[in-house]
Design a protein. Sequence first.
Length: 1050
Amino acid sequence: MHRFSFPLFSALASALLALIFALIGFLFWQHDRSELEQGLAQESGALRTTFEVALSDLEQQMLTLASMVAADPEVQSLFRRGQEALAAEGGGPGGARTARLRDELYAQVAPAWIDMQQQFGLRQLHFQFGPGSLSYLRVHTPEKFGDRMDGLRHIIEDVNADQRPRTGFETGRIYSGVRGVVPVWYSGGGERKYIGALEAGTSFSAQLARLDRQFGAGFAILLKQQHVEGAVWNQYRPLSGPRAEQGCGCYLEAASRDEVRGWMNDARLPKLAGDAILSHLLAEGDKTWHLTRFPLRDYLGKVDPARPAVGSVLVWRDKTAVIAAWQRHQIYTLLALLLAYLLAQGLLTWLLRTTRRGLQSRIDEATAALSVAGERLDMALRGADLGLWDWHIPSGRVTYNARWADMLGYTQDEIAPHVSSWEKLVHPDDAPDIEAALQPHLKGETPLYESEHRMRHKNGHWVWILDRGKVMERAADGTPLRAVGTHLDITARRAAEARLRDNEAMLRRAQSVARVGSWELDVASGRLDWSAETYRIFNLAPGTPTDYALFLSFIHPDDRPHVDAAWQAALRGAPYDIEHRIVVEGETRWVREMAELATNAGGALVSALGTVQEITDLKQAEAALHEVSRRNELLLTAAGEGIYGVGLDGRTTFINPAALAMLGYAESEIIGVQQHNLFHHHHPDGSDYPERECPLCLTLADGKPRRTDDEWFIRKDGSFFPVTLTVTPIEEHGRRTGAVAMFQDMTARRAAENALHAARARLATVIESFHGGILLEDQSRRVALANQTFCDLFAVPAAPEALIGSDCAASAEQVRHLLAQPDRFTRRIDEVIERRAAVIGEELNMADGRALERDYLPIVGGDAFLGHLWLYRDITERKERELELRRLATTDILTGLPNRRHFLERMEQELARFHRFGKATALLMIDIDHFKQVNDRHGHAAGDAVLRHFAGLTLGTLRKIDLVGRLGGEEFALVLPGTDAEGADLYAERLRRTVEEHACLAGAVEVPVTVSIGFTLFASTDTGTDLPLARADAALYQAKQDGRNRVARG
């Protein structure tokens, strides 16, 4: 045995000790590094959560601002009127009427827009029509309108599609920002109508600056180059920040600090991979920055997380001091480990020198004793025909004796002394089982190792080996060092066991295939043995103890006395062959049992051998056959149709009661008689009906089934009646044996068909006389009926008859372009059909300006739903008359100004807006001075001319957002939104001078005109229009008292 020198062993131990301390130092450094990185990662996660919460708050703020503007009734009215004008002028940017209404809407929201910019940093206010996204008014850039953003502004498309508010980040034509989009509804005139979407948006800049101040960190928004350049107009693209071709290749949308610009240009920003948060340390000069970067998703990215992010958020903090402290800590740790290593090295050297002497003497004594024991072991192994192996586990070296090698056809010299030699000879399929037995023993979990496995003989065949062994030596920590064991050749024993198992398996398979189990009773021991198939039939686990009492417990209660009596009779010598029921877990099964009993010379029972066969399927088939026969008999008896059968000779073999009742014969008068000659021999006109033409006789001849609706049978009293006749051949074992005829009396049906034909003719006359379009659908939504008026209303080129059977849903898609609101037209049809409730007087606006009225009625017969009835009427002329009446009801005919009632309604709206926004609003009351004298001196025609003259002058001085109305006689009123006392006074004085300087030309007479004006401001205490009107009226009275042609404030 090779012995290491002491100096070499000491050097190896010292090197190992140094390696251990180096490993400890590395683990300390790795642990501290991991804690640092984990802390930075947690900080990155907190910064991402902070940013996302702040972004959510900003989105809700935008949604609130948009909702405030959308709630304004005047905004709703102007937006709706713009929608109607745009539809009338062909869409896109529209024409002159659309432009005027767009300017009015801008003037209406301008004051609120300015306030929201100053107070909330609002950057965008955008009105858009659906479907899709059609820009109507960009309040932030009013010169840009009429462009479509379908496929770009998805948040607006979705709001226009389902009228639900949404928030999110999105890039538009002009800028990228956080947006809130709300649906705008018009609720005037008793109807609620969807108009379009209103979007409020802001940029990231102010939000990033606030986060910087709050957390002491830089924040930046980076957008991918292809995302920005695929959406923003060229002239607005620089607003998104300078493009950085170096570095990340993206646009810097916003940043709270400037460091990020240098990093981008120097390509020092770390790349972001997937949705994970990136935590990265960046050294720059004498500073170390902690960079956090995570993906930024736009609105579509929130809806579909599978979409790639459109950019990223970058956050950075100065971590110079933290990194310096961490590095100092690493230096202190390294010095402490070095000192500990030097102390341990000295102690190790002393221990090695002390123990060296004692170990050497003990080794010499053990070697001599081992030699004697080896000689004894070898003699014992030869006597037991055992092969011996001795395994040094750490090195894998194995020592074999001669018998171990001989079992496999080898000599000792032919097998290498290593465990790999044994592994190569073991059968691959047995290796897992050997490992499963060996490893627990090596771990000390079992006292011995034992395995039966195959090993390859030198000649190529497999030898079965019984392998036993035990670990004889372990290290201090329990690690196995040496194991010893034996091999025994058990090939002959395994072959005998295999033959026995094959025989048993063959018997079990035979019983399973035949579904026959076996049992054996030993009377002396009382033991009852069942086969596996018997256990399966009784649903018991194999090996469950059984006896006669247990067997009886399975017998159906009704069969138990009969089975026990049969067994007792068998004990007396009678044969045992019986069918009965058993109950297995609530399921009833049928079995057949047979047994052979063996007795001794005195006639006493010694044993019994029997079989049990499950016959449930056979019993069920017999029951099913009986049930089919019974049902066929009931069917013939209960059938309403006449049914009878004939043989190949045409003679009747059976007939049911319904056929006898219809023909008027008794069964004895028909059975065995040739049926054609009895009740089918003549036509109703008296001519003969040859047998060769009879459908039943033809089927008997060629075997083909037949059906006819034009046959006549003859009753016993000689009267004829029409029938439908179905003839089917009877085939038995592939041979035709006869035919079955089934017929039905058609007398009532033919009468009903004639009545239905007449009713349809009357209905067609009514439909063509109806002053409107009619469309009748069946329950599957296919056209059942339509008239010419319906085709004319919807420009259908086909005749009404050509529509019958066509798909109504497809037809609706073909005519939807005729509607002013195509999507609402088809969606409304689906809603009405789903509810199946009557709808009367629903109005439809056509794209060409026509108006239709629609009624819907579900067609129900009893409890069955039969279809849908739609009635359409052209009400264009009626709607035009209603519009004219509405205009006359709200307009002063003489001046063309709003009348008193309409003006007060508008004034109520302005008062509500004043209470909501608090913007100063002025009210003016105006009276034409000495108007009675103008009538008395020049006549009422001149007075009317003065009123029209004053109205024209006033309209020329007003803004689009101002209101004017004639309250009665020569009295007028104005409301000036957004005007304070100084502005109201200046306007009133300017109007007074304008009227004074422009006399009225009434025919050939020039009539001088002056006015007195009183004004007041809306107050927070005004709960209705009567209070400000009273103050303005008092001021007007004061102006008159002071000499007229002047302005007074109330």
